[in-house]
Design a protein around this ligand. Structure first.
Ligand code: SF4
Length: 290
């Protein structure tokens, strides 16, 4: 899909997270509104923050670094989650600039990505890991390129992501896999899960996160359409499984957990991530000095 890029004047980049998540985010930073990777189960591709935002438009918060500098003057130090690595970052380097600022202020950072472009920032991520705390979670739900292409059509291939994970681990930065979302009856076989988990463990992943596919209203119809086109035999099952809300029924979720647990044990991958930063020990650098 050909994307359009537009500058977007935002007056805020650091968003406080109210609810708890497996990523442990206290804040999020999203330098780009929209994403060119086009995953079918993503609301970021379609969210409409302004009337001019259509699915093929990426809004660029060019001024994000300056806004962040101001916001950090009064922000309580806590974990910042950043997502949004995509091709446009190669040119704009907005994530890079925000990382430099967060590094100066010794804020802990968690990157969540499907992109190997994160490797461009390995130097600064290593510094953050040394001075405060940093982790990079790679979202990989299958190593099957064909399935991945159906659901995440423009994202880097799972192979590229796994390779990138290996390089991040090699650089001494904590990294792991987010098996997210696990797509019922498509990427959830024991064999498929084992392939992802064992390969990630070989590449020295330090943890795994896992969650089944959610069907939120914003993208439910889009996912169902893809299931209908490529996996039509599963359609009735999906309708039943997601009859009462965005999560698959309890029985499915329980069985999935039962399948994943022993695999993680076998490959010695802890489930979940434990941010280990000590905010009192991380020295603050005055933002004016930067
Ligand atoms: S990579 Fe992430 S943000 Fe981009 S489309 Fe996929 S799920 Fe959405």
């Amino acid at each position: 899909m050909k994307m359009n890029y537009r500058s977007f004047q935002s007056n805020r980049v650091l968003d406080k997270v109210k609810s708890k998540s497996v990523f442990h985010c206290n804040y999020t930073i999203t330098p780009y509104v929209g994403c060119e990777y086009g995953c079918v189960y993503c609301r970021k591709c379609i969210e409409a923050v302004t009337p001019e935002k259509s699915p093929d438009t990426i809004l660029i918060k060019d001024d994000a670094p300056n806004i962040l500098r101001k916001e950090l003057k009064s922000a309580k130090k806590a974990l910042v989650c950043i997502s949004g690595y995509q091709q446009v970052e190669n040119e704009k380097r907005i994530i890079r600039k925000t990382l430099e600022i967060l590094s100066m202020r010794r804020f802990p950072v968690h990157i969540i990505t499907r992109s190997d472009i994160v490797l461009e920032d390995i130097d600064i991520l290593r510094k953050i890991a040394e001075d405060s705390w940093c982790a990079v979670s790679f979202c990989i739900n299958t190593l099957d390129e064909a399935i991945s292409h159906i659901f995440e059509p423009h994202a880097p291939s799972p192979k590229q992501r796994i390779k990138a994970l290996g390089k991040v681990a090699e650089a001494g930065i904590p990294t792991g896999i987010a098996l997210m979302p696990i797509i019922p009856y498509i990427t959830d076989s024991k064999e498929q899960l084992e392939k992802v988990i064992s390969t990630a463990a070989d590449m020295k992943a330090g943890y795994a996160l896992a969650a089944p596919l959610k069907l939120e209203d914003e993208y439910r119809a889009r996912v169902i359409q893809v299931i209908k086109r490529h996996f039509s035999k599963l359609l009735a099952r999906y309708r039943k499984m997601y009859e009462f809300g965005p999560l698959p029924d309890v029985r499915y979720s329980r069985e999935l957990k039962r399948k994943i647990r022993p695999l993680l044990d076998r490959y010695d991958l802890p489930e979940g991530i434990e941010p280990t930063y000590n905010l009192r020990k991380t020295k603050q650098v005055r933002i004016e000095n930067y």
